[in-house]
Design a protein around this ligand. Sequence first.
Ligand SMILES: Nc1ncnc2c1ncn2[C@@H]1O[C@H](COP(=O)(O)OP(=O)(O)O)[C@@H](O)[C@H]1O
Ligand SMILES: [Mg+2]
Length: 544
Amino acid sequence: MKRVRRFAKIVWTVAKYRLDDIAVALAPRRRLVRMLPWRLLPAASASPARRLREALEELGPVFVKFGQVLSTRRDLLPTDYADELALLQDQVPPFAAALAVARIEGRAGRPIGQVFATFEETPLASASLAQVHAATLPTGEEVVVKVIRPGVEQVIANDLALLYAIARLLERLSKEARRLHLEQLVADYERTIFDELNLLLEAANTATLRRNFAASPLLYAPRVHWDYCFEDVLVMERVYGVPIADVETLRARGADMRKLAERGVETFFTQVFEDNFFHADMHPGNIFVDVTDAANPSYIAVDCAIIGRLTEADQAYLAKNIAAFFNQDYARVARLHVESGWIPAGTDVGAFEAVIRQLCEPIFQRPLKDISFGHFLVALFRTARRFEMEVQPQLVLLQKTLLNVEGLGRQLYPDLDLWHTAKPFMDRWMAQRYGPLAIARGLLEQAPALIDQLPRLPELLAAAGTRFGDMDRAAAEQRDAMRALTRALDTRRRGARWRQLAGAALALAGLGLLWRSAAATAVEPTVLAGAGAVIIGVLLAGRG
Ligand SMILES: Nc1ncnc2c1ncn2[C@@H]1O[C@H](COP(=O)(O)OP(=O)(O)O)[C@@H](O)[C@H]1O
Ligand SMILES: [Mg+2]
């Protein structure tokens, strides 16, 4: 019943914000979309992108977060949509401290007075998934306690089911939606949102980040108090610092802004290339600055729920691409894409190079310090898609984080020369990985294994022969399986025709209901029932 109400609410919101405009843009030839009853209402005035944002905000946290994730897919979305979705804010009221206390007591198995020496009832911060309270341990250490919002798991599970239904419907109706891989986007989102719900994962990430920077003056991460941590409760050291967005205070405290900006870039490159573990939620609310030593300001990071990692191959690919890009060597950028297997081997490298050159030339008209590598990556991914490159989620995370880091850095110090700051770093990294010393080291490391294998060489060759035979057999089996699949699909298609008929009938009935309620004074439940019938009908009919 709840699901139905929620579904009705979505239909209602779609109608209220006239999101059918977007559906029509996505599927101009679908007559059913054009027949939606509210298309008779006057046209909306705000831009479709803005209406989409407002509708998502009204639908609540799961939709808001999904929109936020979508906003980072600048390689997929038109710019106006990405900009508008980036403005999404989840405004949720805090939940009662008593609920947080109950959760903590349930986990710890003792009254709150025995767990903490003090516990502040007014939260420090409250968001859609969790809420943060200040407390002190019996030892006197100051901590913050992050508690998952009660009941949020169920809400997420329900809304995700609806998101899947909507994504599937849109993919069925429109080629454009299929090109966006909407359902895949929802699946990616599902994984990250459930990761964020597991605070033990966040605790482990925080501890790793802290360990990675233990010997570095660049970044500090709070200490995790493991004895107090559970899947839904996280207790860590309370940190104090100036919020990074508070540039005025940073200046007033005499922080060296240039150094701070450069250290930001260095911190990012260290995380990506040396630790292969980067904080991928670099929005300003999660970053503070320690200005105790104003000449050498350093960073404090919280909220390590989302972490990015690259494979070693992707790291190398990225490093080489950055170098080629800044040397304006387009041919090399194009070749690297094919070599790394990112673009199918049959691609016309010449054509790809021409497109890359077209992309890069305008960028290089600007002084080096004004070039945004993040924006270049966005443009690159967008172009590469035309050449059938599938952009990996990890690289999207990287691109998003890079955009954030560049944005923050330039806000702190507008003249930040990203490339100049990063270059020595990249050179060092390349020399370590690909210099003559690295190659010699690699050979030495592998030598014992190679020598071990030598006596087995004839046997290995014989095995290879058998393997080829196996491959032939496997190919034949695959061919048979494909034939069986085609037959099965044909049978299914006949069933689909019936569903289409039933769906069309249901949609018509719904339209009739809507028509009647438009004649009388419109009653919301009837309108919703009618609209619901139309949508379900379209859904059914669309399944064919
Ligand atoms: N260790 C900490 N010390 C001090 N303040 C913290 C700490 N952790 C979080 N906060 C504050 O609480 C806010 C929300 O915490 P965060 O972990 O970012 O939660 P969310 O996942 O909801 O964004 C942060 O923006 C910060 O202001
Ligand atoms: Mg946060």
